[in-house]
Design a protein around this ligand. Structure first.
Ligand SMILES: [Ca+2]
Length: 489
C-alpha cells in the first residue's frame, strides 16, 4: 500500500508542505479580513488647498503626500467646517458643526472674549473655549470598540480638564490648550507676551530630552513611530496632529536654503521657509507610512490626510506666508481660500488607487464614516450629527451623495474678514456679512476665484439660498455678533 501510494505521488513530503503553505496563506488572508482596520488620521495645520504638489503647488515638494494620493482617493472639493483651528478640530472629533457646538473661534480668542467685547462695530458672541466632555468623541468611539487611542501634537480644544486624556485618548504627547508652539526648534519653549502685557511660558510637554537643532515635527514623529511599534499588533486610532505649517514660520536652515535657490520669478508660491516647513512635514508623513509597511499593517490601516483650514495669507517675518491662488483669500475667511483644503483618504479594500472625487465633503463627515467603519449604531449620545457617511463615495467616486448643502459660520473678526456666514449649494455659494448686511453670490463652477458677485442679478436664487441658510441657523442655534455698545468709531 505504502509503495503504491508513493508511486502515485512520488513527492509526498513536498505535497504535504505545499498543502500546509496553502492553509497558512488562507489563514493569513482570513485574519487580515477579520482584523479591525486601524486608523491613522494625519491632521496638518493651516495648509491651504494648493499646498501639496498634487494639488498644484509650483514650489512645495511633497512626494509622500502625493504618493498617498496615488494609493487612495484625492478630494478636490473638501472643506474644513471652519476657517480657523479649534472649531474644525472640534467638528472632526465630535461630528458636530462648530455652530451647533457654539465653538466658532479658537480657544484663546474664546477665553479673551469673556472679558472684552473688542474694538469693532460688532461684538462677537460668547463662545465655548473647550470641547465639552458631554460629547462622545471619535477617540471614545474607537476606545469603546477596543482600539488603543493616541493623540500626538496639536490639541487646542480646551484647558487641562479638556485635554485628550479626558476625551478618550489613552496617550497624549504634546497636546495642550495652545494653538502653536513658541518655536519649532528644541526646546520648543519660551516666554511670550499674550498681547495684553501678561506673560506666559509656552512649551510642548512629553518630549523629554533633546538637543539644539532638533525639529518639533521630527520629534513628534519619533513619538508616533514609538507608539506604532508598541500598538501595531492591536487595533489603533492614531490622531497625528502636526503643527506644520502654522506660524511661527520656521524651517530647517538647509531646506530653507534649498527652496531659496529653487524660487524663480513668477512662481505662485515663493516663501522658502514655508516651503521648508511643508518639506519637513512631508518627510515625516513618509516615515509614518514606512512604519506601517515595516509592521505589515499598511493594508489594514485607513489613512487620512487633512488640513484644519486654509493657509495663512498674512505677513510674518517680513513675507506673506502663503497664497491659495486660484482661490480667493485664506485662513479666517469664508471665501474658498479659507475653507477648501486638501483631503486624501486611503481605505484599503474600499478606495481605489489614484482616484479623484470632486464631490463636496466636509470635516463633520469623518465621524459618521468612522461609525460605519466600526459598525457603531447611533445613540442618544451621538445624535445630531452634521455630517454623512462617506463610505459609499469612497467605494465609488461616481455616485452622488444625498446632500446638496454645506454651511459655514464665523461670527468673528479676523485679519481678512468681518463676521460672516455662508452656504454652498451645488455650484452656488452665498455669503452674508452681518456687519453691513452685504450679500454675495458666486457660481464656483464658472468662477472659482469668487470674483464675480451675481447677487444683484439673481434675486430669486439669493432669496432661496438665504432661506436655507437662515433655517440652518435656527436648526443649530447659531450665535451671531451683535452691536457693540463699547464701540467708539
Ligand atoms: Ca489651523
Amino acid at each position: 500500500m505504502a509503495y503504491n501510494a508513493a508511486m502515485k505521488n512520488p513527492h509526498p513530503r513536498k505535497h504535504i508542505l505545499l498543502s500546509l503553505i496553502a492553509i497558512l496563506i488562507c489563514l493569513n488572508a482570513l485574519s487580515a479580513i477579520a482584523a479591525p482596520t486601524n486608523v491613522l488620521f494625519i491632521l496638518v495645520d493651516d495648509m491651504g488647498w494648493t499646498g501639496p504638489a498634487c494639488y498644484g503647488s509650483d514650489l512645495h515638494e511633497t512626494p509622500n503626500i502625493d504618493g498617498l494620493a496615488a494609493q487612495g482617493m484625492r478630494f478636490t472639493n473638501a472643506y474644513a467646517a471652519s476657517p480657523i483651528c479649534s472649531p474644525t478640530r472640534a467638528s472632526i472629533l465630535s461630528g458636530k458643526h462648530p455652530a451647533r457646538l457654539n465653538m466658532t473661534t479658537w480657544h484663546e480668542a474664546a477665553v479673551e472674549r469673556q472679558s472684552h467685547k473688542g474694538d469693532k462695530p460688532l461684538a462677537p458672541p460668547l463662545t465655548e473655549p473647550h470641547l465639552g466632555l458631554q460629547y462622545l468623541t471619535l477617540a471614545e468611539l474607537f476606545k469603546g470598540a477596543g482600539y488603543t487611542t493616541a493623540h500626538i501634537g496639536k490639541w487646542h480644544l480646551g484647558d487641562s480638564e479638556h485635554y485628550p486624556e479626558a476625551q478618550g485618548f489613552d496617550i497624549n504627547i504634546g497636546g495642550t490648550h495652545w494653538g502653536a508652539p513658541r518655536s519649532f526648534f528644541y526646546p520648543y519653549a519660551a516666554w511670550r507676551d499674550k498681547g495684553n502685557g501678561e506673560m506666559e511660558y509656552r512649551y510642548v510637554p512629553g518630549l523629554g530630552f533633546g538637543k539644539e537643532g532638533d525639529y518639533l515635527t521630527d520629534r513628534l514623529t519619533d513619538e508616533a513611530l514609538n507608539v506604532l511599534d508598541q500598538v501595531h499588533d492591536q487595533p489603533f486610532f492614531l490622531h497625528m496632529a502636526y503643527h506644520n505649517p502654522h506660524t511661527p514660520i520656521e524651517g530647517k536652515p538647509e531646506l530653507v536654503e534649498y527652496y531659496k535657490q529653487k524660487i524663480k520669478e513668477g512662481m505662485t508660491h515663493n516663501n522658502a521657509t514655508y516651503a521648508a516647513m511643508i518639506h519637513s512635514l512631508d518627510e515625516n508623513i513618509g516615515r509614518l507610512l514606512a512604519k506601517l509597511e515595516e509592521h505589515h499593517i499598511a493594508d489594514n490601516t485607513l489613512v487620512v490626510f487633512f488640513s484644519d483650514n486654509g493657509g495663512f495669507d498674512q505677513v510674518r517675518e517680513g513675507e506673506v506666508v502663503t497664497t491659495q491662488v486660484p482661490l480667493r483669500s485664506g485662513k479666517g475667511s469664508l471665501y474658498e481660500g479659507g475653507i477648501r483644503v486638501p483631503l486624501i483618504i486611503k481605505w484599503p479594500g474600499i478606495t481605489t488607487a489614484n482616484t479623484t472625487s470632486d464631490t463636496p465633503v466636509i470635516s463633520t463627515d469623518f465621524y459618521p464614516t468612522f461609525m460605519e467603519l466600526l459598525q457603531t449604531k447611533s445613540t442618544q449620545k451621538i445624535d445630531a450629527l452634521d455630517g454623512i457617511n462617506l463610505k459609499p463615495l469612497l467605494e465609488n467616486s461616481d455616485i452622488t451623495l444625498d446632500r446638496e448643502d454645506l454651511f459655514f459660520h464665523y461670527p468673528h473678526y479676523y485679519f481678512n474678514t468681518t463676521p460672516v456666514t455662508a452656504i454652498r449649494s451645488g455650484d452656488w455659494k452665498l455669503i452674508e456679512y452681518t456687519q453691513d448686511n452685504k450679500v454675495e453670490l458666486y457660481n464656483l463652477k464658472d468662477d472659482l476665484a469668487e470674483s464675480n458677485n451675481l447677487a444683484q442679478t439673481q434675486g430669486d436664487r439669493v432669496k432661496a439660498l438665504q432661506q436655507k441658510l437662515h433655517a440652518w441657523h435656527k436648526g443649530v442655534n447659531a450665535q451671531f455678533a451683535v452691536p457693540n455698545d463699547e464701540y467708539k468709531p
